[in-house]
Design a protein around this ligand. Structure first.
Ligand SMILES: Nc1nc2c(ncn2[C@@H]2O[C@H](COP(=O)(O)OP(=O)(O)OP(=O)(O)O)[C@@H](O)[C@H]2O)c(=O)[nH]1
Ligand SMILES: [Mg+2]
Ligand SMILES: [Zn+2]
Length: 382
């Protein structure tokens, strides 16, 4: 992957895409390419066969993300452009918070939409983009700016949808895993699942044990201690007492965070405690019938008044982070990973084969039994 120099990339347009030539339709032309894109378009040579071809050569840099999906970083003239961050996506409309402090309602440039990638959605919440504000807005025109480039992504939380990767949030720095110590009862296996997700995505997980006002904190030590020893950052919070809120503030400040955890653990309450202006909806816990209570909502980045961004998610059922295959799971348990080398079979599942380095380590007390059982359960369910 050449980082420094731009290349010509021959790229396949999405199926069904045809290069439209409708000079007379000024608005459409603008929406698809922008007024100032003429210069750029001259370097996007439509190859000889015109509308018959699905390929065209563009100038840009091919970069890969964690999932080896090709992303194309276009070389564009950025005069009059602003850098921004996508807060939310609704179909092809995006709300972008730009460097000038304004929020823009944006359309996505036609060429970006047509680049064929493994990803279903060309743009996601969290994307860093270059936008070109619209010079003269026609009354009634829906868009205030055009997204002309998407910067390379990292830390993508995604799910598979019909074999395609659907990015829910990109550029995630930290996954804040919230567990409540009571009401609802703590589910360590669920914490482990979110840790697997964080390891896969490559973002920093933070484990937040909330509602510590409801129990004697010493009860929590055996469990929290295991995570601490593994090098995971843990903290203890209580919304009514204000415990740990300052620490949480320090952790999430100036980062892009996604808050996850079972319904009712206090995710929204914690965020409201950090920033009372947010006014996120919270609810009184009802333990039964959590299913189907929420409707699926798209990820929305919330700008924090003290700096940074956060995505509040509604429970786990509505925000399936699961995009991990069985063979990968052991590698995402950081303490299990070193023992894999001692297994006899390269494709050892560490459940029933012998001899197995992982099972041996469990027998010798080198690995926490509960974490190992959690591994077996996650693996079995895949
Ligand atoms: N005792 C106690 N109750 C809390 C604490 N934090 C939140 N709660 C209560 O727990 C309930 C659920 O809180 P929410 O913030 O709505 O939980 P959530 O994780 O956002 O839930 P979903 O949005 O459904 O995923 C509310 O009744 C809160 O008042 C805490 O630290 N201690
Ligand atoms: Mg909530
Ligand atoms: Zn093994």
């Amino acid at each position: 992957m050449a980082k420094d120099k731009s290349k010509k990339i021959r790229t396949q347009l999405k199926k069904g895409h045809q290069v439209r030539r409708r000079r007379s339709d000024f608005t459409r032309e603008y929406r698809e390419h922008g007024f100032k894109d003429k210069d750029t378009l001259s370097s996007e040579r439509i190859n000889g066969k015109g509308v018959l071809t699905r390929h065209r050569t563009i100038i840009g840099e091919a970069v890969s993300d964690d999932h080896d999906a090709i992303q194309v970083h276009l070389e564009i003239d950025t005069t009059d452009c602003l850098k921004g961050r996508v807060l939310s996506v609704h179909g092809l409309d995006c709300i972008v918070s730009a460097d000038d402090g304004r929020e823009y309602r944006c359309a996505v440039r036609g060429l970006l939409k047509s680049l064929s990638t493994d990803q279903r959605n060309v743009i996601s919440a969290g994307d860093i983009v270059m936008v070109r504000p619209e010079a003269n807005t026609d009354a009634g025109d829906r868009y205030e700016a055009l997204i002309v480039r998407i910067e390379p992504r990292y830390g993508c939380i995604s799910r598979s949808s019909n074999g395609q990767q659907h990015v829910l949030v990109s550029n995630v720095d930290q996954l804040i895993v919230v567990a409540s110590v009571a009401e609802p009862d703590i589910k360590p296996n669920l914490i482990d699942r979110f840790l697997v997700t964080a390891e896969k995505v490559g973002c920093r997980p933070i484990i937040c044990f909330n509602k510590v006002d409801l129990i004697d904190a010493s009860e929590l030590q055996p469990l929290a201690g295991v995570y601490g020893q593994l090098g995971y950052h843990t903290l203890f919070t209580s919304v009514p007492n204000g415990d740990g809120i300052d620490q949480l503030q320090n952790i999430i400040q100036d980062k892009q965070n996604v808050v996850v955890g079972q319904s009712g653990v206090g995710k929204s309450s914690l965020l409201n405690a950090l920033d009372p202006d947010l006014g996120l909806r919270t609810q009184t816990v009802s333990f039964d019938n959590q299913k189907g209570r929420h409707t699926t909502t798209a990820a929305r980045l919330i700008e924090l008044s003290k700096g940074g961004y956060v995505v509040d998610t509604p429970g786990i059922r509505q925000f399936q982070l699961w995009d991990v295959i069985a063979e990968e799971v052991a590698g995402y348990f950081r303490e299990i990973r070193p023992y894999i080398n001692f297994c006899k079979y390269p494709d050892c599942s560490h459940i029933h084969e012998m001899p197995c380095g992982v099972k041996q380590a469990v027998a010798e007390g080198l690995l926490d039994l509960r974490r190992y059982e959690s591994y077996c359960q996650i693996r079995a369910e895949l």
